[in-house]
Design a binder for this molecule. Structure first.
Ligand SMILES: Cc1ncc(COP(=O)(O)O)c(C=O)c1O
Length: 473
């Protein structure tokens, strides 16, 4: 079968209970009558064309638009990633303009800056003091130069399911009477339909909204949707951008899975029974762990909390999150979505069952008893906790695109003051870059990097030998 196939087979046989993407959780019921070999086709007579859809693909996209409340929907076969990239390439009137982006946006947004050549106007998220993660965003505290930007790109909800006051952002645009498009990365909120979840960004009035449909709905991995409404973005340009970025041989398996996922998204009952079990989980283990909950709304820039993302902090038990993950994997067969030193994210999808959540609740209860019996205490972790202070934004000397294509060399970190940095470096958590390629190395950033401890740095090629990539000037 080969190494890759064998690796997949070995993993699958372990039978983990999934609290990660994809949202179908491996359940056959979403793919009944779905002929995986027979449907793996190309653009043949009667099968329409993704880049000029007029037949069966157009019909399926139209139906999805109806379901999610868009004027038009485009199926994507290169994940939410291509949606973020297409959003920026679609923008017109971009000469000498910037685009508002959150400093902790997903890397596909950063790659969209490289592809489009747009310069970023960063806005800062609010880092939650207990979770040490960028869970909030305070619109009122931001200075958005509406007249000087081509668009405002925001992430709603965050990876962890928190949402900011999106309606305040939209109201501000209306109040100022500007036409700036608002582009929303709703990758983690494709399931925002019906009364159980926060309102979706289309309903609130955003212009372009991205869904990574495979994350929480039943679509196959890599399938996503880009929804559009209104006249602030050119549909022609959007079509052209998607054609430029996406494969000329789109997978019909992915496309057909998107069609089905849209219909399943209307089955709110599947989520209702999960919500009830999540409430039980909060009641049973909420005293042992710090769990993000509805009680966090209204604080630290958090306006909505999606109960289907279970974010737990293990600090109250005085034991690290990786130790908890190891315990849950080995003793309970539970696989989370992601974790850091103190937090674990369990992500529910439409394919989870109440039984899965009961298994998670039991696993967490059993881990809490283990931690107590092994004598772990909260205070120990409090002392060891290291909080990273994000330095002031460094001056932007080159756009991410200019920096990406520039000639670069590696130099000793301690000699880098004043140079233009050639890589993007983030401590995780909280995952907010201290420096992005194209920015100048400042004293404050340099001090933070010189103080850096092992194990928490992303994107830093020369961490071990204390070097850094800089742009040749
Ligand atoms: C906020 C956010 N946006 C976009 C993406 C990209 O989506 P995809 O993995 O479907 O390409 C991700 C992926 O994790 C994400 O977290």
């Amino acid at each position: 079968m080969g190494d890759l196939g064998e690796g997949l087979s070995r993993y699958h046989k372990q039978g983990f209970c999934s609290f990660h993407t994809p949202g179908h959780k491996g359940r056959q019921e979403f793919f009944n009558d779905f002929d995986f070999i027979g449907f793996d086709l190309t653009e043949l007579p009667g099968l329409d064309m993704l880049h000029s859809a007029q037949g069966i693909i157009a019909k399926a996209q139209k139906r999805s638009a109806e379901i999610f409340g868009a004027e038009e929907t485009f199926f994507l076969i290169n994940g939410g990633t291509v949606g973020n990239q297409a959003m920026f390439l679609t923008l017109e009137d971009t000469v000498d303009k910037r685009v508002v982006v959150e400093r902790c946006s997903h890397r596909s947004v950063m790659s969209a800056l490289v592809l489009s050549g747009l310069k970023p106007e960063y806005v800062m998220p609010t880092v939650h003091p207990e979770f040490n993660l960028p869970l909030g965003f305070e619109v009122e505290k931001q200075r958005i130069p509406w007249q000087e930007v081509s668009a405002c790109h925001v992430t709603y909800p965050s990876y962890y399911g928190t949402g900011f006051k999106m309606n305040s952002l939209l109201e501000e645009r209306t109040r100022l009477g500007v036409k700036t498009p608002i582009l929303v990365d709703q990758a983690h909120g494709s399931h925002y339909l019906g009364p159980l979840f926060p309102p979706n960004a289309l309903k609130l009035g955003a212009d372009l909204v991205l869904h990574s449909s495979h994350k929480t709905l039943s679509a196959l991995t890599q399938s996503a949707m880009l929804h559009v409404q209104g006249r602030r973005v050119s549909r022609t340009r959007l079509r052209q951008s998607l054609e430029l970025l996406q494969s000329s041989s789109p997978s019909y398996l992915l496309l057909a899975s998107l069609e089905r996922a849209s219909e399943f998204a209307l089955d709110f009952g599947r989520w209702e029974c999960l919500r009830d079990e999540v409430e039980v989980l909060h009641r049973k283990v909420g005293m042992s762990f710090r769990i993000l909950s509805q009680a966090d709304i209204g604080k630290n820039g958090i306006h909505t909390v999606d109960w289907s993302k279970i974010l737990i902090n293990t600090s109250p038990l005085g034991i690290t999150a990786p130790r908890c993950v190891e315990y849950l994997r080995e003793n309970c067969g539970i696989e989370p979505e992601l974790w850091d030193e103190e937090n674990i994210l369990f992500m529910l999808g439409i394919g989870n069952t109440p039984e899965d959540i009961r298994r998670l609740t039991k696993g967490l209860e059993s881990f809490a008893s283990f931690a107590h019996s092994a004598g772990f205490v909260e205070t120990k972790m409090q002392v060891e906790k290291e909080r990273f202070r994000i330095p002031t934004l460094p001056p932007l000397m080159l756009s991410p695109r200019e920096a990406f294509f520039a000639h670069k060399r590696q130099i000793p970190l301690k000699e880098s003051l004043g140079h233009i940095v050639g890589e993007t470096i983030s401590p995780y958590p909280p995952g907010i870059p201290v420096v992005v390629m194209g920015e100048q190395m400042t004293c404050e950033v340099l001090d933070a990097l010189l103080d850096a401890r092992e194990g928490r740095w992303q994107g830093w090629d020369g961490f071990k030998n204390q070097t850094i990539w800089i742009v040749e000037e």
